[in-house]
Design a protein around this ligand. Structure first.
Ligand SMILES: Cc1ncc(COP(=O)(O)O)c(C=O)c1O
Length: 400
């Protein structure tokens, strides 16, 4: 079976609400960081339950600034997962510190909190837990280690706007920092964009200065009413600030977040119903303490008992006009990180990678689209032909 209608892996959800807010900004005469960015920061902090929010041009910027503001640098080690996007690790390297990878739980794909302590040395200064795919890491255990060993925690919540850990939103009273992404594919999208939240005033103040070249506080308003031309550079900083057109999108998407998440939940329910019981397809397990899952990604594992391996199933879905992706290629497997590899300790991560497949999931996807995806996977489970080649149980599985 092939169908001509392409189902993309991801699409943003932009309505008249976003368009009106952006047009308002364009007509306001204030395009750079200004009142909309300040309002977005305020509403976002309220939404997640943190004291301070600092809007930036990406989550990468927020992760970088978090480590600088916590004075992490050369000689320090930072513990994280390899089952993440490069940004979580690049930013550790950008401050001159060394990333140390901890293996994942083989059923959820999240950092295995029980394996963190054995990696802590006297050089360890921070942990970057990643709330992968929209599930929460076990924060109680992570903060317990942070208190025991005096470590800084920079949560990577790129996937976790809306996620709740034991009934509290990720970002609620963080002891360290939490960084979110508003990249085009994210649950709340501003094209590019990010937010750092914290309850620590010192970190928030320093972050605000660092993201606008290190300019003294409120220098962004030097061209506004009551602004002053005079500013100082307190330390050489970065150009990482959000600007008002992004914030206009952020404000309207935040307003619509609940509605968009409800749609995601309906789609996920249908995926689970359609895929449960297909031999060899395992849906990513949700841990018990994720009381609300943002479902940024819908990940399945294509295991040995499925007639096609993961790559072959991708090929078959592509042939049927279904876009898919893989989250993630383990960071430690890529060329730039060969000095930080510890294969022996990362067996679950490497195994997970060979099996995972992210299926289309976004609020503008229809229930009919999900039905089509599950139908094609069911069909593949019975043995199918790709490029005149027949895949069956006897097909040798590719290994990484
Ligand atoms: C887990 C994770 N962390 C960080 C980032 C970086 O986000 P941004 O593109 O906003 O810098 C991403 C982006 O996809 C991500 O998936």
């Amino acid at each position: 079976m092939t169908s001509s209608e392409f189902i993309p892996f991801c699409l943003p959800d932009i309505t008249d609400v976003e368009i009106k807010e952006v047009v308002d900004t364009l007509e306001s005469g204030w395009l750079a960081k200004g009142p909309k960015t300040i309002e977005f920061e305020k509403k976002f902090a309220e939404y997640v339950g943190a004291k301070y929010a600092v809007a930036m041009n990406s989550c990468t910027a927020a992760l970088h600034i978090a480590l600088i503001a916590a004075d992490i640098g050369p000689g320090d080690e930072v513990i994280t997962t390899s089952m993440t996007f490069a940004a979580s690790v690049n930013t550790i390297l950008h401050v001159g510190a060394t990333p140390v990878f901890v293996d994942i739980d083989p059923e959820t794909g999240l950092i295995d909190v029980n394996k963190i302590e054995e990696k802590i040395t006297e050089k360890t200064k921070a942990i970057v837990p990643v709330h992968y795919a929209g599930q929460a890491c076990d924060l109680d255990k992570i903060y317990e280690l942070a208190n025991k060993y005096n470590l800084f925690i920079s949560e990577d919540a790129a996937h976790a706007i809306y996620t709740e850990y034991k009934g509290k939103r990720i970002g609620y009273q963080p002891q360290g920092t939490v960084s979110y992404s508003f990249y085009a594919t994210k649950n709340l999208a501003t094209g590019e964009g990010g937010m750092l939240v914290t309850d620590n005033k010192e970190i928030a103040d320093r972050a605000r200065v660092l993201i606008t070249h290190g300019m003294s506080k409120n220098a962004w308003n030097r061209y506004g009413k009551g602004g002053s031309w005079m500013y100082d550079i307190e330390e050489p900083g970065y150009k990482y600030n959000m600007f008002d057109i992004q914030a206009a999108l952020g404000l309207s998407q935040l307003e619509r977040l609940e509605e968009m998440q409800n749609k995601r939940e309906d789609l996920v329910e249908l995926y689970i119903k359609g895929l449960s019981g297909i031999k060899g397809i395992e849906i990513q397990k949700v841990n018990d303490y994720t009381t609300k899952n943002a479902w940024h990604l819908f990940i399945v594992r294509v295991t040995d008992s499925f007639p096609l391996n993961r790559d072959e199933l991708i090929e078959y879905l592509t042939k049927n006009n279904i876009g898919t992706s893989v989250h993630f290629i383990p960071v430690h497997m890529m060329s730039a990180y060969e000095n930080y590899r510890n294969h022996n300790d990362l067996a679950n991560t490497e195994q997970w990678f060979t099996e995972i497949l992210s299926l289309p999931l976004y609020s503008t996807l229809s229930l009919g689209d999900v039905e089509k995806v599950t139908k094609v996977i069911k069909e593949a489970s019975k043995g199918v032909k790709i490029n005149e080649k027949s895949f069956s149980d006897s097909t040798p599985r590719k290994t990484f």
